[in-house]
Ligand binder design. Structure first.
Ligand SMILES: Nc1ncnc2c1ncn2[C@@H]1O[C@H](COP(=O)(O)OP(=O)(O)OP(=O)(O)O)[C@@H](O)[C@H]1O
Ligand SMILES: [Mg+2]
Length: 467
């Protein structure tokens, strides 16, 4: 579709006078004029030259004006050309019919020249504006389509990019996770090995001398008893010894000595017995330092751990003693790795002690610092709760508690590995669970759940699926 430079008006009329009159008027007004004397010839003409507007007579021999109009409107090429009917002044039926067939207007015969020109001019103008608008519309549509296509391409590109970034991020975080895990494992085995070696070393070194003392105290006791009997006998037989003996008896306060020495010996014996008990728990603690799953009394593990931590529970210059409450249930023997479980107890009880020490160093607490250890059986699990009445754990810290290297302790004090290692031991190595319950200000509770019968990795997955 194009706007012609000159506007061509096609006049279709079978009466030559009409053609002549109209042509003259239109040419004078600056239009170009084409003529056809029948509907058929008009249809043929528009095929090769599209006019801007058609003036169409209603009454013509042959197919007539209405039929010509219908055919023009039915043809996509010509349907938009405005048609003005020419009809007799009186014939209002024709006017209505013409408009209903798609004509834009009508003019009446006999022609009023000024009216014809005015109507033609208006419709030519409208037509030209219509054509220009349509052209602009097409242009706009093309532009919109181009933009939509560009936008889609951009979106696709963004999506691709996002996917690639997401995939890469996933890869990297996977790698980081693996790395951290490896590091935790390394530190774990190192920590465990070091602690185990240290404890085993100390136990070994102390064990022998303590045994001498313990074994010899018995003999010493007997010898001293014999000596005392002897002295007693001397005193009875020689109630008046020489002056220097008399003097020495007074100087050493023999009476008190005879009375105190057995007490002293028995307290030495108790002390030695206690040392050998501690050494035994040291050896127990480290003896299990193997990855093997054994049948274990977990209470023994907890008690051994407590023995090692005993000094930390005692009263300090700047902190009160920590009260230890044990509420042990009737636990069966558990299939687990004792050394590793001891390490879990060690980590969690140490944390509780740290928390209580921190609380008392803050000086804001009045209640007695206490650690409660509660054990029980729940279905196929043993449940160990380690509860302290320290400052508790804020919500944001709770979320990161089990993250490797997360610590709130000053540099050099905590590595932030205690809980992440414990989590790994309980969850991954034993198929149990470790969780923390804490309301800030109200202390913390750590709940360790361990299956009584050790499950293989695949059994662990199945049991998780069942839960
Ligand atoms: N009973 C508790 N009360 C209050 N906070 C706790 C308690 N147990 C753990 N936390 C918090 O959890 C953090 C992480 O504990 P985790 O045992 O993993 O590391 P750590 O004690 O800081 O260092 P590490 O045990 O390696 O020496 C601690 O720094 C502390 O903030
Ligand atoms: Mg810790």
């Amino acid at each position: 579709m194009h706007i012609q430079d000159t506007n061509v008006i096609l006049i279709v009329d079978d009466i030559p006078t009409n053609l002549e009159v109209l042509s003259e008027a239109l040419i004078d007004a600056g239009f170009e004029v084409a003529v056809a004397t029948s509907g058929e010839s008009a249809l043929k003409q528009v095929e090769y030259d599209l006019p801007t507007l058609i003036l169409l007579d209603v009454m013509m021999p042959g197919i007539g004006g209405f039929e010509t109009c219908r055919q023009l409107k039915a043809n996509p090429k010509t349907k938009d050309i405005p048609i003005i009917f020419m009809t007799a002044l009186s014939d209002s039926v024709d006017k209505v019919k013409g408009l209903s067939l798609g004509a834009v207007d009508y003019i009446t015969k006999p022609f009023q020249q000024a009216e014809v020109l005015a109507r033609v001019q208006v419709h030519v103008q409208l037509r030209n504006i219509g054509v220009a608008l349509e052209k602009q519309n097409i242009h706009l549509k093309q532009e919109i389509e181009q933009r939509i296509a560009a936008e889609a391409a951009l979106q696709q590109l963004t999506q691709d990019l996002e996917q690639r970034v997401a995939a890469r991020t996933e890869e990297l975080s996977q790698a980081l996770h693996t790395l951290q895990n490896a590091q935790v494992q390394l530190v774990q085995s190192e920590k465990l090995a070091t602690l185990g070696q240290l404890v085993a070393g100390i136990a070994h070194e102390i064990n022998n001398p303590v045994n001498f003392i313990y074994a010899n105290i018995h003999h010493a006791n007997k010898y001293i008893h014999d000596l005392l009997v002897l002295i007693q006998l001397y005193l009875e037989r020689y109630p008046h010894p020489a002056d220097d003996i008399e003097k020495t008896i007074k100087d050493v306060d023999l009476e008190f000595l005879i009375e105190d020495l057995p007490k002293l010996l028995s307290s030495m014996e108790m002390g030695a017995a206690r040392i050998s008990e501690i050494v035994k728990s040291f050896r127990n603690f480290s003896r299990h330092d193997e990855a093997d799953i054994k049948i274990v009394d977990l209470h023994e593990g907890i008690d051994n751990t407590l023995k090692i931590l005993e000094h930390r529970l005692k009263k300090k210059v700047d902190a009160p003693a920590i009260r230890l409450l044990k509420k042990y249930g009737n636990l069966p023997m558990v299939e687990c790795c004792a050394g590793k479980m001891n390490q879990v107890f060690m980590n969690i009880i140490s944390n509780a002690i740290d928390a209580l020490e921190e609380a008392s160093s803050n000086g804001e607490r009045l209640i007695e610092p206490t650690i409660l250890i509660h054990t029980d059986v729940e279905a196929e699990y043993v449940v160990i709760r380690i509860i302290d009445n320290g400052l508790g754990i804020p919500q944001d810290v709770q979320q990161r508690l089990f993250d490797p290297f997360f610590t709130t302790k000053p540099a050099g004090k905590g590595t932030g590995l205690g809980l992440s290692i414990s989590y790994q031991i309980v969850k991954e190595q034993h198929g149990g669970s470790l969780l923390c319950i804490s309301n800030p200000g109200k202390g913390a509770e750590f709940v360790i759940k361990i299956p009584i019968k050790h499950l293989s990795q695949s059994e662990q997955v199945l049991s998780l699926a069942r839960q």
